[in-house]
Design a protein around this ligand. Structure first.
Ligand code: GRE
Ligand code: ZN
Length: 331
């Protein structure tokens, strides 16, 4: 399919490209780093070859979320956002960007998002899970009350918020002891991100801010397959789900969430996500440079869904959600 929009495609700057917790062998790391820092050369050639018209650039993980010092986190976010903005300026027809945000300080995060959207023309935010705040052992999740004014600003700016994975801290990863192969994208990323999404929903965030739109990668971090049970486990037990949100969890997932195909190029999983969410809330992504663009595109272009759904998922849904048609590319 020509004209695809790809939504979870990472770049790195010097400060972030050596800071992401998942150990790769050195040879793999050298390759990843060269893919992360390139925007206009090899990346663009791959996009041409595999029918990707537009990529939304985002920073690698955990990057800003792993910098405990709030001032330093804000500086790195700003620098990364300037790097992405420079690259968008060179090819606004091919690249748009999602803001990195210093969530360590919700007020600063809101101001940086506003700057990125209003001054740099960014079309949303991507945040890599919980933030370490002030001391590296403190993990802060965004369902906490101090983030409500931040979310009010996201809703006001009317841009999607992409919640991207990171690993749990070793302290919170005891279940993986002796099984380090389960860390990172294999399992721990999805587990961490799914629980964070459920925390946001259960907290009542979407009752307070019903227009918020959250994007999850990896076909929803296993949530489309698991949500019915979230709402129905032990259904005969009275008052089992006393969370602050007003409605069943699945209702919010279907109204306030979207998922992308990043790193999950498996047709039965796509069909499950389509059955749960509908084709209007699913969008194409590769997860470059951690996954290969050719594999993502060859799978997506040929998977057995209707051409109407392929065009929605490959292009139209993203143009609409991220309002890309108004940003000067050919859409
Ligand atoms: C990803 O974005 O999917 C990713 C990372 C870091 C390591 C592996 C990986 O951000 O797949
Ligand atoms: Zn990713």
């Amino acid at each position: 399919m020509q004209g695809k929009v790809a939504l979870e495609e990472h770049v790195g700057i010097e400060e972030t490209a050596s800071n992401f917790g998942t150990p790769f062998p050195d040879s793999v790391w050298q390759e990843l780093k060269s893919r992360l820092v390139d925007v206009q050369d090899r990346r663009l050639k791959l996009m041409d070859r595999y029918g990707i018209e537009i990529m939304l650039l985002s920073l690698n993980a955990p990057a800003v979320q792993g910098i405990a010092d709030p001032t330093q986190a804000a500086e790195v976010a700003r620098k990364a956002n300037e790097f992405m903005a420079d690259n968008v300026r060179k090819r606004p027809d091919r690249f748009q960007a999602l803001a990195a945000l210093p969530m360590q300080d919700p007020e600063r995060a809101a101001r940086e998002l506003e700057r990125c959207v209003k001054e740099l023309g960014f079309c949303g935010a991507m945040v890599n899970g919980f933030s370490q705040v002030r001391d590296a052992d403190t993990t802060v999740y965004y369902d906490l009350p101090q983030y409500r004014p931040f979310w009010a600003e996201v809703e006001r700016l009317d841009v999607p918020f992409y919640l991207h994975p990171r690993n749990p801290l070793p302290r919170d990863a005891k279940i993986y002891d002796g099984h380090p192969w389960l860390l990172g994208p294999v399992w721990a990323f999805g587990q961490e991100t799914a629980v964070h999404a459920l925390r946001l929903i259960g907290s009542g965030l979407f009752d307070a801010h019903p227009r918020l739109q959250i994007v999850l990668g990896h076909l929803g971090e296993n949530l489309p397959y698991g949500l019915w049970r979230v709402d129905n486990a032990n259904a005969w037990v009275p008052q089992r789900s006393n969370y602050p949100a007003k409605r069943p969890i699945r209702d919010y997932f279907r109204e306030n969430f979207h998922v992308t195909t990043s790193g999950n190029f498996h047709t039965p999983s796509l069909i499950a996500a389509m059955a749960e969410l509908g084709a209007d809330r699913i969008m194409f992504a590769a997860d470059w440079p951690f996954e290969d663009i050719d594999r993502a595109a060859d799978w997506f272009d040929n998977c057995p869904i209707s051409e109407n759904d392929r065009i929605k998922i490959g292009r139209i849904n993203a143009l609409r959600l991220f309002k890309l048609g108004s940003k000067g590319e050919s859409a």
